[in-house]
Design a protein around this ligand. Structure first.
Ligand code: FE2
Length: 325
């Protein structure tokens, strides 16, 4: 066992060097954060969900993060998915006749958004078993959050993203705090590869350091019509645009295509993504899928979760990462 692995087992958190890298780059790849058996359990669960959901009562929602499309995820099926397990299709899974052109298990772009409570294998990642006889995860989200300085981290918006062979959609450059806005911004993405993610099958790429200069200028909110949410829209962010701390300074748009750095990762690796960091992924045109699991963590203590955000807390509140005492 390497020293790094031994360190993980002691703390389950991050080394000071890893914390420094995260603050410098706005993202951090943590190798082998999940045990192989956890990866296998989560993949088996993903395939069970893909194979067992019913098309009969499905509104055939397409999911797109494309900024310009007005067809943006407008409907109730999406807006009420924050405490459910629901299925969203790839844009390119539909033929000209509007029907699926792939078997349903090969057509789903993502499954969300309450896996961290409703699905045992995924729940076990954020809520580890107290049974000491079980092998602990090498890296534990609560310990990572502690290392990053969270006081009351809450988990929300968990999803499996399938990035299907041949049709897995591209995700344009974006910042996650745009979608899960707190004032001040506090979101950090936890992104676990359940299969290898490579340049060929549409791995993530990052604009290193952009979290220090790219403000949260826009936010995704529920679009209201006569007091009813009928979809989502982007609006100007009139709140705080950076997390607290002196290291942030707006420098205008200097992003260019070639500055993005790809993050190829192995199954079991974790990528941490600062909510202000610009990142994206390309279309998967290969024959290999790219299944990943992701959730976000926000700071509950001393921030305001915006009541117009697309995702609203369930009655019991967002899931605590730290055990309440
Ligand atoms: Fe993202």
């Amino acid at each position: 066992m390497s020293t790094a692995a031994a360190h993980h087992h002691e703390s389950g958190g991050l080394t000071p060097e890893q914390v420094e890298t995260f603050h410098r780059d706005g993202y951090l790849i943590v190798p082998q954060a999940l045990t192989p058996s956890t990866v296998a359990a989560c993949l088996a669960e993903t395939h069970r969900l893909l194979d067992s959901f019913s098309l009969e009562d499905h509104p055939m929602t397409r999911f797109s993060t494309g900024q310009e499309g007005a067809e943006h995820v407008g409907d109730d099926y999406f807006l009420t998915s924050g405490d459910k397990i629901r299925f969203f299709f790839e844009e390119d899974a539909f033929g000209p006749d509007g029907k699926l052109n792939k078997p349903k298990a090969r057509a789903v772009n993502k499954i969300g958004h309450y896996l961290h409570e409703l699905s045992a294998p995924f729940r076990a990642i954020t809520r580890p078993s107290p049974d000491v006889s079980e092998t602990p995860q090498p890296v534990r989200p609560a310990a990572v959050a502690r290392a990053l300085g969270f006081r009351d981290p809450r988990c929300l918006q968990s999803m499996v993203i399938c990035k299907q062979p041949e049709i897995g959609g591209a995700v344009p450059p974006h910042q996650d705090s745009t979608f899960l806005y707190t004032d001040p911004p506090s979101a950090v993405g936890f992104w676990y590869a359940l299969e290898d993610a490579t340049l060929a099958n549409g791995c993530l790429s990052f604009l290193p350091g952009s979290h220090r200069w790219a403000p949260i200028r826009q936010r995704l909110v529920r679009r209201q019509q006569g007091g009813v949410a009928v979809g989502t829209e982007m609006v100007a962010n009139e709140g705080t645009q950076f997390p607290p701390g002196g290291e942030y300074a707006e420098k205008g748009d200097q992003s260019t295509e070639e500055e993005y750095v790809p993050g190829e990762v192995k199954a079991g690796d974790l990528v941490l993504i600062h909510g202000n960091l610009l990142h994206k992924s390309e279309k998967n045109t290969s024959q290999k899928g790219r299944i990943i699991y992701t959730f976000h963590v926000i700071e509950q203590d001393g921030t305001k979760y915006d009541e117009r955000n697309w995702l609203q807390p369930p009655e019991q509140g967002f899931t605590r990462l730290y055990a309440s005492s």
